[in-house]
Design a protein around this ligand. Structure first.
Ligand code: GTQ
Length: 359
């Protein structure tokens, strides 16, 4: 206990000793040094305690602002016309959790968001509209509500809308993670659109049918399937529900996988879809991966850190790391898409969960 590296936390320190220490800190500060014992208890903590706060965005509240942006700036001018979903615990930091970014992107009919590529991986989760596209390395995919679309790290991508209605999707990117690692690169394609080199639907046919081309080896860590259509996911859940095997916390929950490796579909972001049947009254749960939820169907509420958050179709909410929460769908079936940095935490052997009792 008398080791010089143990701080006198909670104990009275003689003013003369305190003064001597402060003077010492000043002196070593000049040599770019600092005493660990003054900060250790804030650095290595007993359990996660995040600046990230629980938060919810009702789509009905946000949509008018998104449409207003459509009148103020073009997709071309903005490069990406997106309203960032900023966590209220980390204002100005362009993040929804400590490691992940979320935004709502608008593409109006006839618009194109020009082609670029970057180190950051992105997911698109379609919230409203039908028929707009994302092109990834020369292959277009037409997007529908509930589709989960990937633009892997360092792949060329542009977005466009050939339909006659606005399209809004949620962007999920690992921007804060790449920021922490200082490994961001960006390149703009010399033309607005990357040339189309493969027919639409090629990747899904090739890699998304429980088949792979003979001796296939993937050129990248991300799934070669870059659109996981909601129609298929929903159909799978509907068939699976017939066995009536409900998890008391998650309902019926699936994870999107890379068919080549069986790992999560993206190297840094884990993605999930879950069905809560009418009357679902979930048990409490906590995990180390702060999670962003987007409601695809239905309505209900979640208890997060003892507070109730009511949600309905198209709303977004976030649960911080290690905060106890539970999901409830008293009035009808609900379907929730979610994403988190679990893919990273698991690779590093850090991920933990605790299946608790009712809150
Ligand atoms: O579509 O490439 O919301 O680069 C933020 C950064 C979307 C995109 C965002 C991006 C993109």
């Amino acid at each position: 206990m008398n080791s010089p590296l143990v701080a006198d936390s909670g104990r009275v320190v003689e003013p003369s000793v305190q003064q001597a220490r402060q003077a010492y800190y000043q002196r070593i500060g000049g040599s770019k040094l600092a005493p660990l014992w003054e900060v250790l208890s804030a650095l290595v903590i007993k359990e996660p305690k995040s600046a990230c706060q629980p938060a919810l965005w009702h789509y009905d509240d946000v949509r008018p602002y998104i449409m207003e942006a459509g009148a103020l700036i073009t997709a071309r001018e903005a490069e990406r016309r997106v309203l960032i979903l900023e966590n209220p615990g980390m204002p100005g930091q362009s993040r929804i959790t400590t490691s992940l970014y979320a935004g709502l992107q608008l593409i109006l009919p006839g618009e194109v968001a020009p082609s670029h590529r970057h180190a950051q991986s992105a997911l698109r989760f379609v919230v409203e509209g039908s028929g707009a596209y994302t092109a990834v390395d020369g292959e277009k995919t037409i997007m529908e509500e509930g589709d989960f679309v990937i633009t892997p790290s360092w792949t060329w991508h542009d977005h466009g809308n050939d339909s006659d209605k606005p399209m809004v999707w949620m962007d999920g990117l690992d921007i804060p993670l790449i920021q922490a690692l200082d490994c961001s690169f960006l390149e703009r394609y010399p033309e607005e659109m990357h040339p189309q080199t493969r027919p639409a639907g090629d990747a899904l046919a090739r890699y998304g049918n429980g088949l792979l081309p003979l001796d296939y080896e993937s050129p990248r860590l991300s799934s070669p399937v870059f659109n996981y259509p909601y129609r298929r996911t929903r159909e799978a859940l509907e068939t699976m529900r017939r066995s009536q095997e409900w998890d008391p916390i998650h309902g019926l929950k699936v994870q999107y996988v890379n068919p080549v490796t069986g790992d999560y579909a993206m190297p840094t972001i884990a993605t999930f879809m879950q069905l809560l049947p009418k009357g679902f009254d979930g048990d409490s749960y906590q995990s180390t991966d702060a999670t962003v939820f987007s409601i695809v169907e239905g309505e209900g509420y979640s208890m997060i850190g003892g507070q109730r958050y009511d949600w309905r179709k198209r709303d977004v909410f976030v649960v911080p790391s290690w905060v106890k929460h539970s999901h409830h769908a008293p009035n009808g079936d609900a379907v929730l898409f979610s994403y988190s940095d679990r893919a990273v935490q698991k690779k590093l052997g850090l991920w933990r969960e605790s299946r608790g009792n009712r809150q």
